[in-house]
Each structure stands twice: as structure tokens, then as C-alpha cells.
Design a protein around this ligand. Structure first.
Ligand SMILES: [Zn+2]
Length: 228
């Protein structure tokens, strides 16, 4: 990877990168961006996202690097990451994903969060279109894996993607759980979003959320199914 193409990511203070938000103690910013590109391509190649609808970010020290608006997970490069400092794009950088406020809400809630991923994977999106009796816990645990990896998944009321209404609804949901913190969210009639301590942690959580939604969807017409 040509690190000169990363918007200043190669200038990030590596002492920060070695902190809680790094994948591993000795991972460099360049390596984490490479991993993010790999994760995005993995989702795209397996049909878990398409077009330019997905976005992801990583936190490196004080800064966040998020995919540029309109980027495609199938062909990201280091140049497709926009540096966000103190909540705003660094002047001269490209335009970040319009879903940036969702990412900032999750980083603001948990100072140990190191990455956020949002995709429109099919089964989680299908599940987001169903009514759920408990909006704080919308995905049934048909296997032990969802709870083990991700914990609860909460629903966020529908609002138009990229709108202030959606951002406000999301911030209210993220900040108002009364100690029952979910680790994943389903934006109603839209798709899933997760945070993780590291990029790979968020990647595995999204994988588990989508798998759990697929199992739940395939079992939804079997009322006698066992739930854990
Ligand atoms: Zn979306």
C-alpha cells in the first residue's frame, strides 16, 4: 500500500496507535487501514454488501478515519479514508460518509471502541423490517454464539438515511439504555451497525449479527423453535 495516499494516517502518532484502540500493541496505522480494506473487500466479495452503501471507520489515537462518501467496499484503497479530528473532517480532505454521526455516537459512548462497521447485509436488513416486541433485544438467541460474541442487539426507529432525525434517534438509543448496553443495532428498515474494540472485533461481531439474523429469519415460521 502506498501510505502517501492515506490522508495523513501515516503521520498518526504511533504511540497513540499502540493504545487501547489498536488491533494489537504493535500494529501501525498503515496495518490497521490495510486490515479495514481487507474486511470491506471480504464483506463485498461474499455478497454481504453491495454498491456504495456501506461504511466503516477506525479510531487511531485522537482521530477517526472513515470511508469517503460513495466509496465501494469492493475496491477501497487507503485514499478512501477521510481523517476526522474532533468530530469534523480535516480541511482539505475528501467528504466522509454521510453516516459519520452514527459512528461518532458509538465512539462517544465507549472510549474503548476502536472501529465501527455499517453494512446493508441481507438477513439483518430483512430482520430490521419486522416488528419486535422488545426493541432493546430484537435478535433471538437460537444458538449461544450471538450472546457470546455480541450480546444484545437493539432496534433504532426508522428515519431517512443520512438525516438529522436518524442521527438524533440513534444518539437517543445509544445513550439511553440504562445500563443495558447493546453491542449491535438494527436501524429499522435499513440495516445493522456495530462497534468493536478493534477492527477485527467489529468485523467478527458483524459476521455474528448477520449469521444470527439469517438463522432467525429461516426459523421465523417455526414457532416451536428453541431460544436460549
Ligand atoms: Zn446505511
Amino acid at each position: 500500500m502506498n501510505v502517501d495516499k492515506v490522508d495523513e494516517v501515516d503521520n498518526a502518532d504511533e504511540s497513540n496507535v499502540d493504545g487501547n484502540n489498536a488491533e494489537e500493541g504493535n500494529m501501525t496505522a498503515e496495518k490497521i487501514i490495510e486490515q479495514a480494506i481487507w474486511a470491506a473487500r471480504s464483506f463485498y466479495d461474499r455478497g454481504k454488501t453491495s454498491g456504495s452503501s456501506a461504511n466503516l471507520s477506525v479510531r487511531l489515537g485522537e482521530d477517526i478515519y472513515i470511508t469517503v462518501t460513495g466509496s465501494c467496499f469492493g475496491c477501497l484503497s487507503a485514499a478512501d479514508f477521510v481523517r476526522i479530528s474532533r468530530g469534523s473532517p480535516v480541511p482539505g480532505h475528501k467528504k466522509p460518509s454521510r453516516e459519520l454521526p452514527l459512528h461518532l455516537a458509538l465512539y462517544g459512548r465507549d472510549e474503548t471502541a476502536g472501529a465501527v462497521i455499517h453494512i446493508h447485509s441481507t438477513y439483518a436488513t430483512l430482520w430490521s423490517c419486522l416488528p419486535h416486541p422488545d426493541e432493546d433485544d430484537v435478535l433471538p438467541s437460537c444458538t449461544p454464539h450471538l450472546r457470546a460474541k455480541l450480546g444484545r442487539v437493539a432496534s433504532v426507529p426508522y428515519a431517512e438515511p443520512g438525516s438529522e432525525e436518524l442521527f438524533a434517534a440513534f444518539r437517543a438509543r445509544v445513550g439511553g439504555q440504562n445500563g443495558r448496553e447493546p453491542n449491535g443495532y438494527l436501524l429499522r428498515n435499513h440495516g445493522p451497525i456495530v462497534a468493536g474494540k478493534t477492527l477485527m472485533d467489529a468485523y467478527f461481531s458483524m459476521e455474528e449479527l448477520e449469521d444470527a439474523a439469517k438463522i432467525a429469519w429461516l426459523l421465523k415460521d417455526f414457532p416451536d423453535r428453541e431460544k436460549l
